[in-house]
Write a protein that binds this ligand. Structure first.
Ligand code: ATP
Length: 236
């Protein structure tokens, strides 16, 4: 098991956002977490990245418990997150943004190799490497956010709503690239509101409702599940 989330509780002040959830991710998988607004999907990813703290429960990565490890060290262990809303640095160029993603490394050869790989995955970023990130389109900013997360050379990539606000054709392109990234050996956890696209891409999925996991199954079984179809797939 690469990542184990065991009985995880997270509180924001007095409000409990996660009520004891369990999620397992095996090496090489794409696991998707589905759910409506406010279900706790982003909170789950942020807890793994160390950006919010667990009030109870455990998160174990490659056998290492994460609860006492700071967010920057968690990145160094091999967990990298592409946050919701992209959060690229608008006044820096595409290349500068990507280089920031490599803060964990001083190995210039490795950095160059990663850059070449990211430019292969996203040729658009190569074309625009000297452009200010703030002037990129939404889809390009999403590519940059994923590319920046990859620069940290992760073992597991956490993607928070990569399709948010993108035209369908771009969603398809981004998801195809995620498939390619996974095929290269990287494990992926994908939080999505676009349930259909996410389930078509993922191996397995979890469904969250108000801070709980209510369903877990293979992606194929979730796609065929009438409850999932009615609640998340527009009844198709
Ligand atoms: P969305 O798709 O809208 O981002 P989500 O499933 O990712 O939803 P979370 O963002 O994890 O859900 O939110 C889970 C719950 O925690 C919600 O009720 C939300 O209002 C609450 N919450 C999230 N962040 C904070 C915060 N910083 N302070 C207080 N409450 C928060």
């Amino acid at each position: 098991m690469l990542l184990e989330i065991k009985n995880l509780y997270v509180k924001y002040g007095n409000v409990e956002a996660l009520h004891g959830i369990n999620i397992n991710v095996d090496k090489g998988e794409i696991v998707t977490i589905l759910g409506a607004n406010g279900a706790g999907k982003s909170t789950t990813l942020m807890a793994v990245s160390g950006l919010v703290k667990a009030s109870m429960g455990e998160i174990i990565f490659s056998g290492t418990p994460l609860h006492k490890i700071s967010a920057d060290k968690i990145v160094k262990l091999g967990i990298s997150q592409s946050p919701e809303g992209r959060r690229v640095f608008g006044i820096l160029t595409v290349l500068e943004n990507l280089k920031l993603g490599a803060f964990t490394s001083s190995d210039n050869k490795k950095i160059k190799k990663n850059l070449d790989w990211i430019f292969e995955l996203f040729p658009r970023l190569k074309e625009r490497s000297e452009q200010l990130a703030g002037t990129l389109s939404g889809g390009e900013q999403q590519m940059l956010a994923i590319g920046r997360a990859l620069m940290a050379n992760p073992k597991i990539l956490l993607l928070d709503e990569p399709s948010l606000g993108l035209a369908p054709i771009l969603v398809k392109a981004i998801f195809e690239t995620v498939r390619e990234i996974n095929k290269s050996g990287l494990t992926v956890v994908l939080v999505e509101q676009n349930a259909k696209a996410a389930l078509k891409l993922a191996h397995r999925g979890y469904v969250m409702e108000v801070g709980n996991i209510v369903l877990e199954d293979t992606a194929q079984a979730l796609l065929a599940n009438p409850d999932v179809q009615n609640a998340y797939l527009g009844g198709t």
